[in-house]
Design a protein around this ligand. Structure first.
Ligand code: SAH
Ligand code: SF4
Ligand code: F3S
Length: 439
């Protein structure tokens, strides 16, 4: 009989890609995916530990599965991803009904862990980091998915050790994938119907920097830009310190490279940037933004910001507000600082009250919401090129796609427009999407 698994994915795109691998590995051992834990023989959480809230969510979710397991003790429950990597065996101790734990370098162990649990009800945990060669060999064959947009991993891990960040601890050292493999994968995905590719990594633009034999990230972009059938190219996330002039200039010269960049700045204060170990100053960051806007005046920027880093003063925070105002981000992910185990910042003196941090957060959010509204309102009445991704959840006959600047647009249209670029006049601007009509 066919067995069923239920998988929930949290966190960033790295986990989304890892989950695609999980699906492929489980299919190979006779499991098919279902969309409810009640119907599953195996439930898995692919987890994120970037902030405390994300981590706590995992335990909350596991709690939901307990009553199901009480009724059906043969249910197998597993946890992978960044919380699994960080907690390891401790998770098995904390959660007595948990069967298996697999780390970020151990997805390939999943079939064996599942089979062990099936056969002997044996609980298992694999969280050892693998060396570079093993990791490069473990890049999986992707499952065929007929979607218009796909992610392609170009590098894994992170060596930056920003002082607040757990990612280097849970994803391990940075490795770049051979460019031939990346190019071949993009060609394959385009042959399967993909029209837009996002190159993925925690710090994509450090691609190849530690590897003399590898091409630079800019050269990689040029190669991919030349692939026939590909319509759009994006990459995420970029680190400001590795944003070379050569790379910035690609936004003016590569026709498929979308006019949007996600460029986290984290703080507008030089003092805090230094404490964060970010490796750039406010002026350097602003200089890169200036050049981006010069080579590509229509470019839209998005960013990540942290509020309430240990020791942040009102003056530091003002510098953040001021930078947000100067740059004019189309969107920003704003985060309250969350101390993470093993990180350098967790040991710094943090004397700001939670109330004060929350007030700053609210001020920043208000400013950003006004900025976002102004920027997106400018699209009203414009006719924009939209790459159609499929039918929208808005209802029958409704399609959705994305503008070059990465804004979701809903409109009425035929399903066979999927994969095509259409011209849409923008009629309404909502908080997270546009509404328009085909012209
Ligand atoms: N590699 C990417 C993003 C990593 S995590 C980069 O370097 O930009 C995504 C975002 O989470 C970060 O940009 C940061 O703004 C936020 N973040 C990471 N650690 C955090 C922490 N301890 N507290 C609050 N926000 C955090
Ligand atoms: Fe974390 Fe910094 Fe690495 Fe991004 S670059 S993943 S914020 S350590
Ligand atoms: Fe979260 Fe891990 Fe990504 S901590 S943000 S899922 S790398």
């Amino acid at each position: 009989m066919n067995k069923a698994f239920y998988l929930e994915t949290f966190g960033c795109q790295m986990n989304v890609v890892d989950s695609e691998q999980i699906v492929a590995l489980l299919s190979a051992i006779g499991y098919s995916q279902v969309d409810s834990a009640e119907l599953a023989d195996l439930v898995l959480l692919n987890t994120c530990s970037v902030r405390d809230k994300a981590e706590r969510k995992v335990y909350g979710h596991l709690g939901r599965f307990k009553p199901i397991k009480d009724k059906r003790p043969e249910l197998i429950i597993g946890v992978g991803g960044c919380v699994a990597q960080q907690e390891g065996e401790k998770m098995l101790e904390k959660v007595p009904y948990l069967d298996l734990v697999f780390g970020t370098h151990n997805i390939h162990c999943l079939p064996e862990l599942v089979q062990q649990a099936e056969q002997g009800r044996q609980r298992g945990c694999e969280t050892d980091f693998q060396d570079r060669d093993t990791r490069l060999n473990l890049f999986p064959e992707r499952t065929v998915q007929e979607t218009v947009t796909r992610f392609v991993t170009v590098m894994q891990g992170c060596d930056n050790f920003c002082s607040y960040c757990i990612v280097p601890h849970v994803r391990g050292r940075e490795i770049s994938r051979p460019s031939q493999d990346i190019i071949a994968e993009v060609q394959g995905l385009v042959a399967q119907g993909a029209r837009e590719i996002t190159l993925l990594g925690q710090n994509v633009n450090s691609y190849g920097m530690k590897d003399d034999e590898e091409v630079s990230f800019t050269q990689l972009l040029r190669h991919i830009n030349a692939i026939d059938g590909l319509q759009r190219l994006r990459f995420a996330t970029s680190h400001p310190k590795d944003m070379t002039d050569e790379l910035i200039d690609c936004f003016g010269s590569l026709d498929k490279l979308c006019k949007h960049i996600h460029l986290p700045f984290q703080s507008g204060s030089d003092r805090i940037l230094k404490l964060m170990n970010r490796g750039y100053t406010r002026d350097e960051y602003l200089g890169r933004v200036k050049r981006l806007k010069k080579v590509c005046p229509e470019i839209r920027l998005t960013t990540d910001v942290i509020v309430g880093f240990p020791g942040e003063t009102e003056e530091d925070f003002q510098a953040t507000l001021d930078l947000v105002e100067q740059v004019g981000y189309a969107d920003a992910f704003t985060f309250l600082y969350s101390p993470r185990v093993e990180t350098a910042a967790a040991k710094m003196v943090d004397d700001q009250s939670a109330v004060q941090k929350q007030q700053r957060f609210d001020r920043l959010l208000k400013l950003q919401q006004q900025t976002s509204a102004t920027i997106w309102q400018a699209d009203i009445d414009q006719v924009l090129s939209v790459l159609v991704e499929g039918e929208s959840r808005q209802g029958e006959g409704q399609m959705f796609g994305r503008t070059n600047s990465n804004r979701v647009v809903n409109f009425s249209g035929r399903p066979d427009l999927t994969g095509h670029i259409v011209q849409i006049k923008i009629n309404e601007v909502h908080r997270n999407s546009h509404l328009g009509e085909q012209v």
